[in-house]
Ligand binder design. Structure first.
Ligand code: FES
Length: 332
């Protein structure tokens, strides 16, 4: 049994709430019956932002926030674990950083992936990600797969899961439905000189972010070779096999699709890591963009660095597993 003297106290919405050792502020508030938005529970989606007066615990839970968010005392409640006997005064953010978006429609891109097209008046860079809110407490993050334009459209590639708290709900939203989103976030964006070769590596719906970066590079007149390798575990889950047909002619772009299991026309039966190791032993001078699971990103980032890419030229967007095994993203 916890000793009372070890329990931190949280003051929230007029209540005094106990926070056990090791428990996050988010968990303590939920246990006390408060509704707090959350998504990944791993510090990626920023759905659980709360506001607090300065303390060691809340300062430590500000990783990834902008200087303005830090200065105003915002912190990630899923990442904040108060020390024994600590007392926190926590409140909901006064200004919601959320935006209203309107659904324009969904288009199936493959057996299990659909494109959700939204209209929202925000500025973003291709390859960043946003967090969608189903309700006050349920949120998931998705990479942006489109280029910004005057039409203010945002395309997301969503892996549909029948039990997906957000992916199944969003698949059934009618045109003109409204929803909340937060963002954009992330730094896995095109920022290379036109003569620097690009290696874009995508796992699953990471292809959305890499497609956006590819289109962005081409729209900026990128001259050096661009190589995009897209992988799924099963061939049946692959999509975007016609990506090449959508590209303007005359640019040096190499596109390869691969899967570990199964075969489809236009796909290789190949492991992404093996393909990169065999095909790109020397990456000196290259910019490398990675979008996938934490393990995939860690492995390929290490390879890229050992193969000569400078750390400043390696950009990653990581999927984290959320509370129920959902995928959310974070840039690193
Ligand atoms: S960052 Fe806390 S729930 Fe996603």
């Amino acid at each position: 049994m916890d000793k009372p003297s070890q329990t931190a106290r949280i003051r929230f919405d007029g209540c005094d709430i106990a926070c056990r050792p090791g428990q996050s502020v988010l968990e303590a508030l939920e246990q006390a019956g408060h509704r707090v938005p959350s998504g990944c529970r791993s510090g990626a989606c920023q759905a659980c932002l709360l506001h607090a007066d300065d303390s060691e615990a809340t300062t430590a839970a500000q990783a990834g926030l902008s200087p303005a968010q830090r200065l105003t005392g915002l912190f990630l409640s899923c990442q904040c674990r108060p020390a024994a006997n600590e007392q926190l005064h926590v409140r909901r953010p006064a200004d919601s950083p959320r935006h209203v978006a309107r659904v324009l429609g969904q288009t199936w891109l493959g057996a299990s992936v659909y494109r959700l097209r939204l209209h929202c008046d925000i500025d973003y860079l291709p390859g960043q990600y946003i967090t969608l809110f189903r309700d006050d407490c349920t949120a998931r993050s998705f990479s942006i797969a489109s280029l910004p334009g005057p039409d203010r459209q945002i395309d997301l590639h969503v892996r549909h899961r029948r039990d997906g708290a957000v992916s199944d709900w969003a698949a059934r939203l009618k045109p003109d439905s409204q929803l909340w989103l937060q963002g954009p976030m992330g730094r896995c964006v095109y920022a290379s000189p036109a003569d620097q070769p690009l290696l874009l590596l995508a796992l699953g719906t990471g292809l959305g972010a890499m497609t956006a970066i590819l289109h962005h590079a081409l729209s900026r007149g990128h001259r050096a070779p661009i190589h995009l390798l897209a992988a799924t575990r099963r061939a049946v889950d692959a999509y975007g096999l016609d990506l090449r047909d959508q590209l303007p002619k005359g640019h040096p772009v190499t596109i390869r699709h691969m899967a570990l299991q199964g075969q489809r026309p236009g796909m290789e039966q190949q492991d992404l890591y093996d393909a990169v190791r065999a095909g790109y032993p020397d990456l000196a001078g290259w910019a490398v963009h990675l979008c996938g699971s934490e393990r995939m990103v860690a492995t390929l980032r290490r390879h890229a660095f050992v193969a000569g890419a400078a750390m400043r030229d390696i950009h990653a967007d990581i999927f984290h597993s959320g509370t129920a095994g959902r995928e959310v993203r974070n840039s690193a």
